[in-house]
Each structure stands twice: as structure tokens, then as C-alpha cells.
Design a protein around this ligand. Structure first.
Ligand code: FES
Ligand code: FES
Length: 157
């Protein structure tokens, strides 16, 4: 067992976790943050993407114990009260989801890529978005509107 203290969506959490517990299991099972999904057991689908210290991370690839001292943001933490994050609004505006299973991971990856490209002064065009989404799978195959959503949000964030 490991004692950890971390910040999740702005709230400090101190608890004990099993050494083998994955971050995604901790978020979903211990904290009830079920917006972070598990879509595979091969670290391929990206449904579990959260931000750890401001960077996108597949939370099925990280032990909860390794998040000790980190700041974690999940899909539940990106809106400001009733005001959707621009990336959430863009997915809504562009019908960037069908069943919605991949959507939290797509949104968290989208926010991360916009921030990274802006910080580097690079242009996040359609080709770059498609390449960046390599780690996120949509089984409904709604990629066209997902790309449009991220393009819209990139102009608004
Ligand atoms: S559940 Fe993490 S990549 Fe699929
Ligand atoms: S909207 Fe259904 S998996 Fe992407």
C-alpha cells in the first residue's frame, strides 16, 4: 500500500492506494470520477486521457502511487461552473460525438494539443490534429467532426 497526496480538479486528496492500482482505477473507483473511461486493456484507445501536471496522460498507463504530489485534471474539472470549456462547447457545436464513449479522452487530448502547439508557436492545422489524434480511437468513427471541433476550439482557447 502507498500513502499519496495529490490534487484532483483543484481538490487536495490524501489517501492510501494499493501499489498496483492504476490512476484510472483510483479516479473512477475511489473518487467516483467516471467521466474518465476505460476502453481497452492495451493502452491504445485514449478514452482514459487526463492531464497530469498539465500534460495529457493515458491514466491506464500510470500507477496511482506515481501520481503522489501531482495535479490531476479530469473531464469533470475542465468546465468553469455551468460554463463549458471552449473544447467542450466546440464538440457540442460540431456534433463531435456520437455514443460519447471516446469523448472525454478526445477533449482532454484536444486541450493538451492546442496548448502545446500554442506554447511552441506551431500551427495546429487539420493534418496536425489528425496526426495528434493517433492515440485516441473513436469506435463510432466520427473523426471528421472531432477534427472540426478541435479546430474550432483552437481558435477560441
Ligand atoms: S483505457 Fe487507457 S488507452 Fe484505452
Ligand atoms: S463517439 Fe462513440 S466512440 Fe467515439
Amino acid at each position: 500500500m502507498a500513502d499519496i497526496t495529490l490534487t484532483v480538479n483543484g481538490q487536495r486528496v490524501s489517501t492510501t492506494v494499493e501499489d498496483r492500482a492504476l490512476l484510472v482505477e483510483f479516479l473512477r473507483d475511489a473518487l467516483g470520477l467516471t467521466g474518465t473511461h476505460v476502453g481497452c486493456d492495451t493502452s491504445q484507445c485514449g478514452a482514459c486521457v487526463v492531464h497530469v501536471d498539465g500534460k495529457a496522460m493515458k491514466s491506464c498507463t500510470m500507477l496511482a502511487a506515481a501520481a503522489d504530489g501531482c495535479e490531476v485534471t479530469t473531464i469533470e474539472g475542465v468546465a468553469k461552473g455551468d460554463a463549458l470549456h471552449p473544447m467542450q462547447k466546440a464538440f457540442n457545436d460540431n456534433h463531435g460525438l456520437q455514443c460519447g464513449f471516446c469523448t472525454p479522452g478526445m477533449i482532454m487530448s484536444g486541450i493538451d494539443m492546442v496548448a502545446r502547439y500554442r506554447a511552441d508557436g506551431r500551427t495546429l492545422d487539420e493534418a496536425a490534429i489528425r496526426e495528434e489524434l493517433e492515440g485516441n480511437i473513436c469506435r463510432c468513427t466520427g473523426y471528421h467532426n472531432i477534427v472540426k471541433s478541435i479546430q474550432q476550439a483552437a481558435g477560441e482557447m
